[in-house]
Write a new protein. Sequence first.
Length: 88
Amino acid sequence: MTDSVADKVIAIIAEQAVLEPSDISFDQSPADLGIDSLGIVEAIFAIEETFDIQVPFNANQPETSEFDISSVAAIIRAVEGLVAGQKA
């Protein structure tokens, strides 16, 4: 059985936060999980590698990036959109 996009994204975020995936909730932000800017960049790289996509994220200006990192749910939605766009 294949993991869903959400499961894979949560696993990546959990790894960066040094938590179990079951400890991650959709409404938490990376900051809530203790993920710093370097951890966010590492998570973005892992997401790109896992899904073979390019994430439109500027680490120098994350607030102006098209990729929403405001919550776990937002990250999952953004990745799902990028994956769907790649298949189109």
